[in-house]
Structure formats: C-alpha cells, structure tokens
Design a protein around this ligand. Structure first.
Ligand code: FEO
Length: 402
C-alpha cells in the first residue's frame, strides 16, 4: 500500500479521502483540460462511513488516504451517492476489503450498480428524504434524479452540516487545494461553468427543482462537498456556486456572439473574421472558435453565457465538414436555449452546407436570424461586407432584445 497519501480533514468528523487525476483529458468527450479529482469522504463517527469511492485506477490512492487515519476494516458503512464509474468504479474491491455491514444507495442507484457489476450485491435502498442514524451520525438522503443520472442522490450529514452533493456543484479541476477559497476564482468560475454547460445543461429543469426545494429539508449546510473539484466550506462560497447554478439554469441571452467554423482553403475563415469584425464594431463581445483549435466542450461553455451562435462550414461532398457535424450533434444533445443564429460558408459547386447548417440550427432550437451567407470559392469584397453586416445585425438584435 502506498503510504504517501494522506486524508485531509475538512470538518470535526469528516476527511477527504479522494484522488487527484492530473492526466485525464478526455472524459467521454468532455475535455477536462485541467484534470480532475474524484472526491470520496470518510466520516469518523462511532460507526465510520465512507461516502462514495473513486475511479478504479485510483483505488490504491483512496485506500492509502483512508489507511492514513483508520484501519479500513473499521469502516461500517458505505453510502453510494452516484453509480457512475468515476465514483463507483472501485466499489467492489472496496467492499471486499472493508466488508461493511451495509452499502446504501438510492433505489435507482441499486439498479444501476447491479447493472454495472452483474453480480450479487447486497445493497440497502434509501428512500427519498429518509432520515436515519448510523451510530452517532445522522443522515438524510434525497434523490436528485437526472442530476445527472437517474440514480443520483445527495447525502446530508447533520452532525457537521455537510451536504455531499456528488457531481452537483462540482467541476473538473485537479487541485491540491481542496477548499474553494484556496483556489483562483476565475479558474473555478470557468471550470464550474464548463461542467454545468457540458453535463447539466439538458437537465436544467431538474437543477431548478432541487435549488427550489432544497431549503424545504431544513438542512443547515455549512459545507458543500461535491465529488469533483474544490469543497465549498464558507457561506459566501456556498452562495457563490449556488447563485451561479441558478443563473445558468435560466440561460438568459447576453450580448455575446459565438462563431465556430472549419475551413478548407481559408475562405470560410475569412468570412468568420468579417462577421466577428461586424460584431466588434457594435461593441459586442464575440468569441471566434476555429475548430482546428477549439474543443466541443469549450464551445458549449462559451455558449452558456451568450446570445447568438453563427456557424461556418465549407461544402464537402455535398455535406458539412465532419468536424462541424461533431459539434452540432453534441449541441443537439445539450439543447442550449434562448439563442439566435445563422450559417455561412464557402463552396465550390453544390453549396449544400448552408441548408444543412440551417436545418441543424433549427433542430437544436436556435432561432434563425437574418439571412445566411454563402460564397463561391473565395469571398470577394461584397461578400465580406455582407458578412460584416450580418455580424452587426446580430449584435444590434442582441442589444435590442436585452
Ligand atoms: Fe462524476 Fe456523473 O460522475
């Protein structure tokens, strides 16, 4: 067992015993560009309780952190808040070593865990809102279905006022400063927004519901402990992240335009830059994201606090570029709201990309504004002027509607 890992105390009875993943970048399509943490927590009461585990390759790190403060065999219970494998991937070996009296999960969590492991698992299902004691520790579990899986659950530890919120209020950020107040605010804001935009966006109605109903449970939340990234341990930090989540559920249109495109011989790129220039002269924020250097998850992030999306693609074999199709497929799943948009691109003979882009924009739920612009081969001055005007018109529309 590697004993270079320590448990980190976060309250009177609770220790962080998670793992830090500096190497991960591709998190099933999400670009975790700053790595991540898998947060597991150990409650040292009369009957020690482990809240969640970590991704399978980090099993030894978690066990080493646990071992730094307690013989793992003394842990009496495990509560699994989320079945996804970054938190339950090493549940079986953990059970094998600890041999807990009980493993708790939500009803859907029990179903999901059994469907992952396909073996006999003795799980105790917890009902929504159920309050219970394990030794001298008192808990309440609440189901948070579709935040972001059907099994997702919060666990409130009343003794220390800690809400273990699994993925909710988390972010992908590999940090050795486990408290939010120790980290750079601008980095946390971007990574929290990225997490929300890429993981929670299709489920904003469920986020609203939990934010609205959480006060009804009467929890005195002193610490908000998610399963990724920093822990929120002051009232101002808890309010900060909750207010951001509330704001993001609304997806209000802002005076910001996102332009993404791919290009074959630089013609569509020239058009993109002319559109951006038009937006800029109207003193409106514009983010230009060439797909040669932009990841889908960063595009989704930039869109969360914007008002318009303009997409460019050349026509290739009567289709749009595969790179553009990738982003459109992704956005169709995320379903961003309250955006206007339009299409542009260069072509050599058929010019089908514009109609395809417009249909895709409509399928995403983006309202078409103004007219699309396509040009044969290389944009001339007239075309670039039209692109500039499109940018200006979109910027003016955002100003008028805000
Ligand atoms: Fe961090 Fe949904 O797993």
């Amino acid at each position: 067992m590697n004993n270079t890992f320590d448990a980190i105390k976060i309250s009177d009875k609770v220790y962080w015993v998670g793992a830090i993943d500096n190497e991960i970048r591709d998190f099933h399509g999400y670009n975790a560009s700053r790595g991540t943490t898998y947060n597991a927590y150990l409650i040292l009461g009369e009957k020690p309780v482990l809240i969640d585990t970590v991704k399978a390759p980090f099993f030894s790190e978690m066990m080493a952190r646990i071992t730094s403060i307690i013989d793992p065999k003394k842990i009496s219970y495990i509560i699994s808040n989320h079945a996804e494998m970054d938190h339950s991937g090493c549940l079986l070996p953990t059970i094998e070593i600890i041999k807990p009296e009980k493993v708790f999960a939500s009803k859907m969590g029990a179903l999901a865990l059994k469907a992952h492991f396909h073996q006999q698992l003795d799980l105790t299902e917890i009902n929504h809102g159920e309050k219970f004691s394990l030794g001298d520790a008192t808990f309440t579990c609440i189901e948070t279905r579709m935040l972001h899986w059907p099994d997702s659950m919060f666990t409130y530890f009343a003794n220390d006022g800690i809400l273990f919120s699994q993925d909710v209020f988390g972010m992908h950020l590999a940090t050795y400063k486990i408290l939010a107040q120790q980290n750079e605010r601008v980095v946390m804001r971007y990574e929290a927004m990225k997490y929300f935009a890429n993981i929670l966006l299709p489920y904003t109605s469920f986020v609203t519901k939990i934010l609205d109903t959480l006060p009804n449970f009467g929890f005195d939340i002193k610490i908000l402990a998610p399963d990724h990234g920093p822990i929120w341990n002051t009232a101002s930090d808890i309010n900060w992240i909750m207010d951001l989540w509330h704001k993001w559920t609304q997806q209000k249109s802002t005076e910001k335009v996102v332009i993404f495109y791919d290009t074959m011989w630089n013609s569509t790129a020239k058009m993109a830059n002319a559109i951006a220039d038009g937006v800029m002269v109207e003193n409106t924020l514009v983010k230009v994201m060439p797909l040669s250097v932009s990841h889908r998850s960063d595009i989704a992030t930039e869109l969360l606090e914007s008002g318009a999306l303009v997409i460019g693609s050349p026509t290739i074999n009567q289709q749009i570029f595969p790179t553009v199709a990738d982003i459109l497929c992704y956005l169709k799943g995320l379903k961003p709201k309250n955006l206007i948009g339009q299409a542009f691109g260069s072509y050599g003979w058929g010019g089908e990309s514009i109609n395809i882009l417009q249909e895709e924009l409509k399928n995403i739920g983006i309202k078409l504004f103004d007219i699309p612009i396509k040009t044969l081969y290389v944009p001339n001055d007239n075309c670039l002027a039209a692109c500039r005007t499109l940018g200006q018109n979109i910027a003016k529309e955002l100003k008028n509607s805000s």
